[in-house]
Design a binder for this molecule. Structure first.
Ligand code: PLP
Length: 380
């Protein structure tokens, strides 16, 4: 089955044996009747499993070319479950340009439980090797990174990971399975904040994990049930519905982001544009090799690098909404230095490129002419 069919039908046969409803019903139930103790139709209690969630989990596995899918109450709950496969004393090597909430979970929660984290720029996979020792258990990768849109070569990192018998986990939130399927490049775990592009309509918070290995899946299912950070059936339904249009939305996100990136690139007030589809992007060749297109996220800086003018620009936007989050049908704009990355000290922040004028855009699927006109008036 091709990807654009999988988003709609992947893992979705036998949806509703009761009435043949085409859409998966929302099984708003906690428990399931048994004819005799232990004798049931596959579901006992909704923390352990729910038919709507199960349909979503099969869809997630299908679009990521994986065997096992698991859904969680949020992206961070999914990451939390992945980290719980580790033990005190274990070490993790992570990309340094990382989603702020993931960094906080690693450094403020799991560090307290005795897990060590090393944050490394992985544009050159070989730099990983010097951080590997006999306690290293996992490599954590985000690509494209947030908000600098650096691209990590998944095949190269997977090679290092395999050689040293580590688990490679990839946060695929920014790219989605439409643009890249990390398991195909040798990753062991692919994780999503489905809150973003998979849900796609800014109306649901949910997280997911997909793996191939049976014993790893079993461990994660145990954690999912034992720790209990599961999503409700209504939220599963919304993400399942979102996935059905993922390919159509992503196509338009990419098309619009290209137009926005090219417009910004030619604007006299703009200094740098970070979008992996531009030939001038330092990782353009790797992006071209491992991604189908270049995604809907664009960051840029202005020549004056003024904090105040960046704020004024954001206040002037009319079509773009000033807000956290990304991946919805509507265009959003954010200011990493004061919003998502505000808690990082200025010098440290600027070392990773998050200067005062950096603006991050989640380019939506509106008409691109309206988006460019909006940017034009706000930059003016
Ligand atoms: C939003 C996000 C998360 C966290 O997901 P939630 O659903 O908000 O918990 C993790 N990684 C990335 C890249 C994100 O954008």
């Amino acid at each position: 089955m091709k990807f654009n069919t999988k988003t709609i039908h992947g893992g979705q046969h036998n949806i509703d044996p009761a009435y043949g409803s085409v859409m998966t019903p929302i099984y708003q139930t906690t428990t399931y009747s048994q004819t005799s103790p232990g004798s049931h139709k596959g579901f006992e209690y909704s923390r352990g499993g729910n038919p709507t969630r199960s349909a979503l989990e099969k869809s997630l596995a299908s679009i990521e070319n994986g065997k096992h899918g698991l859904a969680f109450g949020s992206g961070l709950a999914a990451i939390d479950a992945i980290l719980k496969t580790l033990k005190p004393g274990d070490e993790v090597i992570s990309t340094s340009d990382l989603y702020g909430g993931t960094y906080r979970l690693f450094n403020r929660i799991f560090k307290e439980f005795g897990i060590q984290f090393h944050f490394v720029g992985m544009q050159d996979a070989e730099t990983l090797v010097s951080h590997i020792n006999d306690k290293t258990k996992m490599i954590w990768v985000e690509t494209p990174t947030n908000p600098m849109m650096s691209i990590i070569d998944l095949e190269a990192v997977a090679k290092v990971s395999r050689k040293h018998k580590l688990l490679l986990a990839v946060d695929n939130t920014f790219a989605t399975a439409y643009l890249q399927q990390p398991l195909d490049y040798g990753a062991d775990i692919v994780m999503h904040s489905a809150t973003k592009y998979l849900g796609g309509h800014s109306d649901v918070v949910l997280g997911s994990i997909v793996v191939n290995d049976d014993s790893l899946a079993e461990k994660l299912y145990f954690i999912q049930n034992a720790s209990g950070a599961i999503p409700g059936p209504m939220d599963c339904f919304l993400v399942l519905r979102g996935i059905k249009t993922l390919h159509v939305r992503m196509q338009r996100h990419c098309e619009n982001a290209k137009a926005v990136a090219e417009y910004l690139k030619s604007h006299p007030k703009v200094q740098n544009v970070y979008w992996p589809g531009l030939k001038t992007h330092p990782n353009h060749d790797i992006a071209k090799k491992q991604m189908k297109d270049f995604g809907g996220m664009v960051s840029f800086t202005t020549r004056d690098n003024s904090y105040e003018k960046a704020i004024t620009f954001l206040e002037k936007l009319k079509v773009f909404t000033l807000a956290e989050s990304l991946g919805g049908v509507e265009s959003l704009a954010g200011h990493p230095a004061s919003m998502t990355h505000g808690s990082i000290p200025k010098t440290e922040r600027e070392n990773t490129g998050i200067v005062d004028s950096l603006i991050r855009l989640s380019v939506g699927i509106e008409d691109k002419a309206d988006l460019i006109e909006d940017l034009e008036q706000a930059l003016g």
